[in-house]
Structure formats: C-alpha cells, structure tokens
Ligand binder design. Structure first.
Ligand code: FPP
Ligand code: MG
Length: 268
C-alpha cells in the first residue's frame, strides 16, 4: 500500500516536471493570442470506457479545465470553448438536463475565490443565446460573469448555447438597429460594423489564431465561422475530448510557431 502510494507520488512528480519543462520551452516561442476548442467525442469516450454519457461530459469538463490551465500558463490571452450548441437542445432530455446541471455546478466552481479564473485573472464571458438556458443556469451565468468582470489578464469565452449563424444574425440585427437609430435614410452596413457586433468582439477577444476540433471529425459545426475567415490555423485531432491533453496540444503549438517563424523569414 505504502509502496503503491510512493510510486504514484513519484509518477505525479515526474509528470509535473516534464509538463513544466515542455511548457517553458513552448513559452519561449511565439504564442497564439486566441485558441478555440470544439470539444467533441464525449459520448464515444464514455462508450469506449463503459461509462454513462453524463460521465463522459463531466470528464470533458475536467479536460476543459486542464486545457484552460495549459493555455493560461503559456500566456494565451483568450480561450474559447464550444460547450453547447443551440442544436444540442434536440438531444434526449436526460442528457440536456445533465449538461445544464453540470454547467450550473461548474460555473459556480470555476469562479470561486482562489479557483483557476481568479488565480490567472481571467474574465469569463458566456457567449450565445443565454435566454434559452433554464432560469437557474442564467442566474449562475450572470453571477459568474459579475464575479470575474474586473479580471483583465485573460478572457475565457464559454460558448453556450451558441451557433455562429445565430451570432452573425444577431450582429446584423444590431447593426440595422444602430443605423436606424442614427436616422440614416438607407442603413449602410459594412463588414467592419458586423465584425464589431460579434459576441466575441463585444467581449474584447483578439482574432482567432487556432481552432482545434477533437475526435477525428472534420467540420466546424457552426462554430466561429466568421472568426475563422482570415488567418486561423484549423487543427483536427483524433483524440476524444476527455482524453485531450498537453501532449496533443504541443504539436499544434509547434505548427503555429513554425508558421510564424517562416513568415518572419519571408518578410525579412
Ligand atoms: C461533444 O461531444 C460535447 C458536448 C456536446 C458537450 C461539451 C461539454 C463539456 C466538455 C463540458 C463543458 C462544461 C460546461 C461548463 C457545460 P458529443 O456529446 O458530441 O460526443 P460524440 O461526438 O462522441 O457523440
Ligand atoms: Mg459529437
């Protein structure tokens, strides 16, 4: 028993040392300002590991916290995560309520004093049609956003319930309202106007540098379609989200650094 505990302690120590070693090396190169995750594969992970679907989602949250911390340690300024699409409301009621319960519980946990958002000075923005969430979750969202409102070292966008088409439609509607209120004869809306009204931009997010989707599926599923338009590096990993970790992330960051360095060479 004592021997097993000692072995686990040693393994943890070695893992932490290796982790810090790799993080320090990566941090010496260019670091993306904004990384987004499409956290896919929770149910397949649950089936593979003979777990209930809900457990797949709660293990998914553990992975989210892990990756958020890795990004913050690397000094990534903004992390976005697709936690719930508007379409996910169509899933079985049992699964939807489990996800809502998880969200409510974790919003409280994440914003507690001394927890990760507090420790790294992160402002939380819950992005999407939050009015579709149950009242108790909306309350938790407002409370969590209020609690982190004054943090200014980094941003965490939890997209829930979100779709890009809804975000773009809402942005266009705001532009029309603004133009009408200026009494212009014919509302003239530019790309810049729409861009300024996107939920991510209203929350102060920088342009999206890397979008990662896990579980081997190669589509965007209505996530950050506008934000992906310019210079975003799209990465598809075959790992199911709950298993995704630093060692899946390292090659993605190295790819980003190679790209930045090769551009610097081209320009010079
Ligand atoms: C996609 O996998 C994942 C989701 C629909 C939910 C993502 C949510 C979490 C990781 C927890 C997030 C935290 C909060 C605060 C709610 P899937 O269900 O589509 O799995 P599959 O692709 O294997 O079918
Ligand atoms: Mg899926």
């Amino acid at each position: 028993m004592l021997l097993r505990r000692g072995w686990t302690w040693l393994q943890d120590k070695i893992y932490t040392k290796a982790r810090n070693f790799f993080l320090n090396i990566l941090a010496a190169g260019p670091i993306p300002k904004h990384v987004a995750f499409v956290m896919d594969g929770n149910r397949r992970y649950a089936r593979l590991n003979r777990k209930a679907i809900q457990e797949g989602h709660s293990d998914g949250f553990v992975a989210l916290r892990r990756m958020l911390e890795v990004c913050l340690q690397l000094n990534v300024k903004c992390v976005s995560a697709y936690a719930f699409s508007i379409e996910t409301f169509k899933r079985p009621e049992e699964e939807v309520s489990a996800l809502m319960k998880l969200a409510e519980e974790k919003l409280v946990e994440l914003t507690e004093n001394g927890d990760i958002l507090d420790e790294y000075g992160v402002r939380l923005n819950v992005i999407g049609k939050t009015e579709l969430l149950p009242e108790s979750v909306q309350k938790a969202v407002r409370r969590a956003e209020d609690r982190t409102r004054h943090n200014n070292r980094a941003i965490f966008n939890l997209c829930m319930p979100y779709t890009s088409r809804d975000e773009i439609t809402t942005a266009v509607q705001s532009c029309i309202r603004n133009a009408n209120s200026r009494d212009s004869e014919e509302p003239y809306i530019t790309e810049k106007d729409i861009d300024a009204q996107l939920l991510t931009n209203l929350g102060g997010s920088p342009p999206l540098d890397i979008l990662i989707r896990t579980s081997g599926v190669k589509r965007l599923s209505d996530f950050m379609l506008w934000q992906c338009c310019e210079d975003t590096q799209l990465q598809f990993s075959s790992t199911y989200w709950p298993d995704f970790g630093l060692f899946d992330f390292i090659p993605i960051i190295l790819d980003y650094q190679r790209k930045v360095w090769s551009r610097r060479i081209e320009v010079s």
